[in-house]
Design a protein around this ligand. Structure first.
Ligand code: PLP
Length: 455
């Protein structure tokens, strides 16, 4: 038996002390978010009523490539970071591929996903500014769980609007949030104007991330000392997630390798940007040729079939107008089990990068994602989150191409979370009760045609 190394870690001293802001190095900067009332480019101050001030500055910062991670956030990162970089020998053998497959295992965080990396940062900046309460939305409950714990760590009260269908179908995530002490409300609810408007028109509305975001923003704006937080899409969220790729870069060096392909699943882009941007930096600045692949669900195909234009981030239109790939802010995605990927738009940075061909996108059908998830579980022992299984499916496709060509490409993917609280979805898959959801071109066109063209 050869003594081959399976996992790579960093010492506490090697854990990165700064996040990477790719906006500073992009040749074509993202277009500015626009204030829907004035149609003027947004200034950080315009966002102060909604978010902690430091987060507003980070959101629009196109100058500073490196942002110091505050000491209290670094201390909390040490509870679970560095996360392991793992060589997926089991998956390689199962596929019979010459590719070298690595994954960054973000499922080892206390809440089971990468989301805590940004939740801790956002809660810290709120606390530092004297905020006492935070609000947010959650779909499957991963972000809500992360924020609830981070709020507890920094002594804040958290109110979470959970998409109604998940509130009813994923009771354990609700219990997790409540265990950390958060107040959880099913959205749409009668507690906000946005919720009332939706429910009086459609009493059976099952909610979406877009409706829950509207409610959480409305509560934050109307409550003193209260700020809103978001788990994806925005540039400051992706900034915090770059800890993933910065660690992976050092860990890959320990393995004596550099990725030819980097892959992540895609909801709003935070774990994709988090693992990719530190490597993409070397494509932009140092002539590297790594490919970056975002894997989105075929039922919510904003990157592969959406349009690039200004749109709102929520159903009620409370957010600024964002230049992004979108299916339209009132797009109601099918009820797939990868709840964290059911969002109509993509972050402004990734949208610009896709437009400029610095990255690629693929769409994955629900059954292919579960097939890949089960293969991975058998080969590596970890049950992946249904979201993460989209990245695994894209990895399998690339590894099988290597098998055909005989190339030993180095593939890195991000395992954004584990699926141990999603076993009812696995049950349904194993019983043969899951289906693919197709979005017709007509559906996409109809929804996009409803958008007001402002550029
Ligand atoms: C939320 C979530 C995602 C999708 O969010 P991104 O911002 O696109 O990364 C992916 N995986 C898991 C496990 C999640 O919880």
């Amino acid at each position: 038996m050869s003594t081959r190394q399976k996992r790579y870690f960093l010492t506490e001293e090697e854990i990165p002390t700064q996040w990477y802001n790719i906006q500073a190095d992009m040749v074509n900067k993202p277009l500015p978010p626009i204030n829907p009332a004035t149609h003027q480019p947004l200034k950080p101050e315009d966002l102060f009523p909604v978010f902690a001030e430091e987060l507003c500055r980070q959101e629009l910062d196109q100058k500073n490539a490196w942002i110091d991670i505050p000491e209290p956030v670094r201390e909390m990162y040490k509870y679970y970071r560095s996360t392991p970089l793992v060589r997926a020998y089991g998956l390689e053998e199962a596929l019979g591929t010459p590719a070298h497959i690595y994954f960054k295992n973000e499922s080892v965080s206390p809440v089971g996903s990468h989301k805590l990396n940004s939740a801790l940062a956002q809660a810290y900046y709120c606390k530092q500014q004297g905020v006492t309460n935070v609000t947010t939305e959650t779909g499957a409950g991963q972000w809500g769980a992360a924020l609830s714990y981070a709020a507890r760590v920094f002594g804040l009260e958290a109110a979470v609007y959970q998409v109604k269908i998940s509130y009813e179908q994923k009771p354990y995530r609700r219990s997790i949030m409540q265990t950390y002490g958060a107040q959880v409300t099913a959205s749409p609810s009668m507690s906000t104007r946005a919720g009332k408007d939706i429910l009086t028109k459609d009493p059976n509305n099952q909610g979406s991330l877009g409706t829950a975001i509207s409610e959480a923003i409305e509560l934050a704006i109307n409550t003193p000392n209260c700020k809103y937080t978001l788990g994806s899409v925005l540039s400051h969220v992706t900034l915090h997630q770059t800890i993933i790729g910065l660690e992976a870069e050092k860990q890959m060096a320990k393995a004596g390798e550099y990725p030819d392909i980097v892959i992540a699943c895609f909801g709003g882009g935070s774990n994709f940007g988090g693992v990719s941007f530190p490597f993409m930096r070397h494509n932009i600045l140092h002539g590297k040729h790594t490919r970056f692949i975002a894997a989105e669900p075929a039922s919510c195909p904003k990157l592969t079939r959406g349009v690039f234009q200004y749109d709102f981030g929520d159903v009620a239109g409370y957010t600024p107008l964002l230049p992004m790939y979108t299916l339209g802010h009132n797009f109601m995605p099918a009820n797939i089990h990868a709840g964290g990927l059911r969002y109509h738009g993509a972050g402004v940075i990734v949208s610009q990068l896709l437009k400029d061909h610095l990255m690629e996108a693929v769409d994955i059908k629900q059954l292919e994602s579960f097939q890949a998830g089960v293969l991975f579980a058998k080969a590596e022992g970890i049950i992946p989150a249904p979201e993460s299984s989209h990245a695994i499916a894209a990895t399998v496709r690339e590894a099988l191409k290597c098998k055909e060509t005989g190339e030993a490409k180095v593939i890195l993917f991000n395992l954004s979370g584990h699926g141990l609280i999603d076993m009812s979805a696995y049950d349904q898959y194993l019983a043969g009760n899951l289906t693919n959801y197709e979005v017709t071109d007509e559906d996409v066109q109809k929804n996009i045609a409803g958008l007001e063209k402002i550029i």
